[in-house]
Write a protein that binds this ligand. Structure first.
Ligand code: SAH
Length: 235
């Protein structure tokens, strides 16, 4: 059994290559303690991934000093990188096993994708905005996640049929109802985490497929950018 102290100690690599890297590691360690552990994130795999993945690398350089703040931040094209707590919460809420297949809808910066790749082996991610997808892909390759992640540029509300079924689906953009293709592409006992609602008020929902039907739980109120549908052309 890990103690919190031991876990935090093990999260920092022994040989940081520069002072700057050390500062970011320290900020991540604080983020894990003050934003995640204190709010009920207990999954060690998730905590380790959050302490390891360099969130600043997924942001423009002018935002690096705010990279570990308790907030979403802009990544261009009116989109945002999610708040660290929300990302950790969603990954923990999927509670998947090793070897499970995971689909992410809304790659964005690729930050959550990298975290998922730390926790699971095979990540499929769909992004509708080609420029964001390409940037995310370059960053994920640069950081060594390339061989565990497959990015598809398309409308993720249609899922990723060629690679289905999935044991877990995480949707990082809000919609009024769970898109049918995502339900179809969910494996039996699979879970989907998705924000449901309009621009202002959304509820994070976790739905589990049991005997082919979804059983839904409401988790908490949240705010995500809207999930755009395939008629989207403005990119
Ligand atoms: N988790 C991401 C944040 C994503 S923001 C991160 O860590 O950076 C939501 C993303 O969903 C945006 O990049 C947006 O372009 C994308 N998106 C919106 N509608 C989509 C759709 N129908 N299919 C795929 N991606 C979509």
């Amino acid at each position: 059994m890990y103690t919190i102290k031991k876990l935090l100690k093990n999260m920092i690599s022994a040989n940081p290559s520069s002072e700057e890297k050390q500062t970011f590691e320290e900020k991540r360690r604080q983020m894990v303690q003050t934003q995640l552990m204190s709010r009920g994130i207990v999954d060690e795999k998730v905590l380790r991934a959050m302490a390891k993945v360099p969130r600043h690398e997924f942001l423009p350089a002018e935002l690096w000093d705010r990279a570990y703040d308790d907030t979403p931040l802009p990544i261009g094209e009116d989109q945002t990188i999610s708040q660290p707590y929300i990302v950790a919460y969603m990954i923990q809420a999927l509670s998947l096993k090793k070897g499970d297949r995971v689909l992410e809808v809304g790659t964005g910066s690729g930050y959550q994708t990298a975290l998922l790749a730390e926790v699971h082996e095979e990540i499929y991610t769909v992004e509708v905005r080609p420029q964001l997808a390409q940037k995310a892909l370059a960053k994920l390759n640069e950081l060594g996640y390339g061989d565990r992640v497959k990015i598809h540029i398309a409308d993720g509300s249609l899922g990723y049929e060629e690679e289905a079924p999935f044991d877990g689906i995480i949707v990082a953009a809000a919609t009024f109802n769970i898109p049918e293709p995502l339900i179809d592409q969910l494996a039996e006992k699979g879970k989907i985490i998705i924000p449901i609602g309009g621009r202002e008020l959304q509820t994070l929902v976790r739905a589990t497929k049991i005997n082919g039907r979804l059983s839904e739980e409401e988790l908490f109120k949240c705010m995500f950018v809207p999930l755009v549908r395939k008629e989207f052309e403005n990119n």
